[in-house]
Write a protein that binds this ligand. Structure first.
Ligand code: BTN
Length: 328
């Protein structure tokens, strides 16, 4: 994003009207520069109201990540932190950095992703200043073949961290969507995880753990993605994105160390305690086009989902199926 636009957005971040003249004065540029920069903002999907005689106002107040504050806070844990203004995808970026020797536990957050990626080849959307998008590099002594429970451990770690921030109804939806439990068994997604592994199936591996959280703007996202989506702000009131980032980074750092030492075993019961559909009827859609209905019994020691069906118990691995509640 060009520097003038970044500065203008920071001037407007409180959400009140500021005249074009006042912006130009504050930035030491012409009103035409302000006008052009705000035109570019509209093209990037940043909602701006322009009202004759009053000036410009952001459609939604924006909050910014305090890069140096976060760097200092994470330095207490000896976690290296890098903040990017804009990137295609923090996962793509960190995968590249991992190949180039980036340090273990490097955390990369971006104010804006232009090509955020979700699971199963889907896009991950998030507006500037509205969501949280970050990735963490975890270099593991465990071979990739032993990391099958990792994505569930990450799901339970994030769910518990969000509960700790006051989102008591945060739950995990297999394998690792973070949802908020509503009336009945209805759920709305608040965060998603994309884990990408590099390295050997038998030797040491590196996992890039990408996390996207809807902090604000969930209602708008629901309409765009066509599934129930929620955001932290709707449940907790005004939330600082940096506080959420710190809470999630700390939780992941602790839980990944535990996973490294003990594997998935210590996360299995907590996963069940956080499971949105535990012992509830669900429908599984397999990649083969089959729909299986059953009761979700939880997960096995490898993180596969167990479903009680008419003729016994079936086991499903992530990637082959998608799950939804049958009651919703
Ligand atoms: C999903 O729910 O499908 C997973 C979403 C993961 C999104 C995060 S945002 C930060 C990181 N960078 C990406 O491109 N994706 C992940």
């Amino acid at each position: 994003m060009p520097a003038p636009l970044r500065q203008i957005l920071r001037l407007l971040s409180h959400g009140e009207f500021v005249s074009g003249e006042a912006i130009a004065r504050a930035l030491g540029c012409s009103r035409a520069t302000v006008h052009n920069a705000l035109g570019a903002a509209l093209e990037q999907g940043i909602g701006i109201h322009a009202v004759r005689g009053r000036g410009y106002r952001l459609a939604q107040p924006l909050s910014w990540l305090d890069g140096s504050g976060l760097e200092r806070a994470l330095a207490y844990r000896a976690m290296p932190y890098r903040q990017l203004e804009q990137v295609d995808s923090t996962n793509t970026y960190l995968l590249g950095e991992a190949q180039a020797g980036a340090p273990h536990r490097l955390l990369v957050a971006a104010e804006m992703q232009t090509a955020g990626r979700g699971r199963r080849g889907r896009a991950w959307l998030g507006g500037r200043g509205q969501g949280l998008a970050f990735s963490m590099l975890w270099r593991s002594g465990r071979p990739a073949a032993e990391l099958s429970g990792l994505s569930l451990a990450v799901g339970v770690s994030l769910t518990r961290a969000l509960q700790g921030l006051g989102l008591e109804r945060a739950r995990v939806k297999w394998p690792n969507d973070i949802v908020v439990l509503g009336e009945g068994a209805r759920v709305a997604k608040v965060a998603g995880v994309l884990i990408e592994l590099t390295g050997d199936m038998l030797g040491p591996s590196a996992a890039v753990i990408g996390v996207g959280v809807n902090v604000h703007g969930g209602a708008e996202l629901s309409a765009r993605v066509g599934q129930p989506v929620t955001d932290l702000g709707s449940h907790l009131g005004p939330v600082e994105r940096g506080d959420v980032l710190l809470a999630l980074a700390r939780a992941l750092d602790e839980d990944l160390a535990r996973f490294e030492a003990e594997g998935f075993a210590p996360f299995r019961d907590p996963w069940h305690a956080c499971h949105a559909y535990q012992d509830r009827p669900v429908l599984m859609a397999t990649v083969a086009g089959e729909t299986v209905s059953g009761v979700a019994l939880g997960v096995d020691e490898h993180g596969a989902l167990l479903l009680r069906v008419a003729d016994g118990v079936r086991r499903f691995h992530s990637g082959e199926v998608s799950l939804r509640g049958a009651e919703a």
